[in-house]
Ligand binder design. Structure first.
Ligand code: TMP
Length: 237
């Protein structure tokens, strides 16, 4: 079932939208660590700017002052013994804050929001990777995210081993340069990331009208062209 079909009708977001100007569009980027999401998010932002569309870009976990603190707890490799359900709750704590502070105000002001990860990441990593299952994640989404649902999700499909190796290299360079240690997930094994990948594939099968799967193993410009084509087809008609 589509996540938004399960959401409570008539919450304050809907009334605000009904009474205001045209709501912006909400686009999320998803995929395994090291799949190239951030690069493509920035490239799409530039295209939308040329179309005269005002965008807000953000990421999860994080994106707000509180959310960035939560991100540090979640991603730092010194965080040990975090229970899977606590991990899931922290992901949603960051998300709820981000919806209230960044995403909904921007959408209601008519801006487009480009977000690096959203609830699909929780379903893939905590639901699939940590084996909590989809139901717990979708229930939390219903309670904490209300009607805030992406209009379009770009799922960057990559090879599991290559993606994770790339993310590990990137994070090692960051840590060596005294930047934030964000290695906790990259330490997971191949089986974990295979489950994450399978969960993403299942989400895309369940919601083909929202999730656009792009083969991200190809050259950056080729992948970018496909993403722009889909955004035009779906949102810029
Ligand atoms: P990233 O910012 O480099 O994509 O890293 C964020 C990490 O957090 C990544 O390993 C995926 C993980 N994550 C989850 O496990 N669940 C979530 O809900 C989100 C948003 C991220």
């Amino acid at each position: 079932m589509h996540i938004s079909q399960r959401s409570r009708p008539g919450n304050w977001y809907h009334f605000a939208v009904a009474s205001g100007r045209q709501r912006g569009r909400f686009i999320t980027f998803e995929g395994l660590d090291g799949c190239g999401k951030s690069t493509h998010l920035e490239k799409l932002k530039a295209v939308l700017r040329d179309e005269g569309i005002e965008t807000v870009t953000t990421r999860e976990p994080g994106g707000t002052e509180v959310g960035e603190k939560v991100r540090a707890v979640l991603l730092n490799s010194r965080t040990r013994g975090l229970a899977p359900l606590a991990e899931l709750a922290l992901m949603f704590a960051s998300r709820a804050q981000q919806i209230a502070e960044v995403i909904e105000p921007a959408l209601q002001a008519g801006k487009w929001v480009l977000c690096d990860r959203f609830t699909d990441s929780s379903e893939a990593y905590q639901g699939g990777g940590r084996q909590l299952g989809s139901e717990a994640v979708l229930t939390m989404h219903r309670v904490l995210c209300g009607q805030t649902q992406p209009d379009l999700t770009i799922l960057m499909d990559t090879d599991v081993a290559a993606s994770v190796a790339r993310a590990r290299r990137r994070n090692k360079v960051a840590t060596d340069n005294d930047e934030a240690d964000e290695n906790r997930f990259e330490q997971e094994n191949r089986e974990f990331f295979t489950r994450v990948h399978e969960a993403y594939v299942a989400i895309a099968r369940r919601e083909p009208q929202r999730v656009y799967v792009v083969d991200a193993r190809r050259a950056i410009d080729v992948v970018h062209a496909d993403i722009v084509k889909e955004v035009r087809r779906k949102l810029l008609k």
